[in-house]
Write a protein that binds this ligand. Structure first.
Ligand SMILES: [Zn+2]
Length: 206
């Protein structure tokens, strides 16, 4: 408005009666209210220099709009990527093939030397497992635990520690232990709180 008023007061001698550039720009970008733009339409269709300027500005405005859309699309993709990354990060463990989930809740525990005297089949642990997720028996305490793979004479082949936490009413013990470093076969999985006796579960490494 101000610019337009000024251009009336100080008209460009070569383009008397033409809208000033900010008015043209306002019309081209649809930012000028229609009521203010309409009076110039006749002029634009009749004045070749103005029409050329207008066409150029219109192209620029369209380009600007396209760039904004590209930016918005890029931002949306980035948000999805970051969101997905956070979602993946918030998952308990990264590679499901490396994880063995063992349910010890309904397992009878042998604290003696021979854990094979139960009629339950051994736990099955894939040889590819690098992380164990153990659902501990009901009533287990939260906190630090030792986990070990024992041979038939009770010797420790692998040992790791982990923290047990209640998740959805189940005491879950997570630990990193590379099962791939032992041969497939029958073993005993030992679980205990530090300093206490192993709870022994027959386990087969596949
Ligand atoms: Zn003109």
């Amino acid at each position: 408005m101000l610019a337009r008023g000024l251009s009336r007061e100080f008209p460009n001698p070569e383009r008397v009666g033409c809208p000033d550039s900010s008015t043209l720009r306002g019309i081209a970008s649809h930012k000028l209210p229609l009521a203010q733009a309409v009076p110039w339409f006749d002029h634009l269709s009749a004045c070749s220099p103005c029409f050329q300027d207008f066409t150029k500005l219109r192209r620029e405005a369209a380009g600007q709009q396209r760039r904004t859309q590209v930016w918005l699309a890029a931002a949306a993709i980035l948000l999805f990527a970051v969101g997905g990354w956070l979602w993946v990060r918030s998952r308990p463990l990264p590679h499901t093939a490396d994880i063995a989930v063992l349910d010890l809740r309904d397992r009878s525990v042998s604290r003696g030397q021979n854990p094979y005297d139960t009629r339950q089949p051994p736990l099955e642990i894939p040889g590819t497992a690098k992380h164990l997720v153990l659902d501990l028996p009901i009533g287990s305490k939260e906190g630090s635990y030792d986990v070990a793979l024992l041979n038939e004479t009770g010797g420790e082949l692998l040992r790791a520690t982990g923290m047990a936490k209640v998740e959805d009413h189940v005491v879950i013990l997570r630990t990193d232990i590379d099962i791939g470093s032992v041969r497939p076969g029958l073993y005993v999985l030992g679980v205990s709180q530090p300093g206490l006796e192993w709870s022994r579960y027959p386990a087969r490494v596949l």
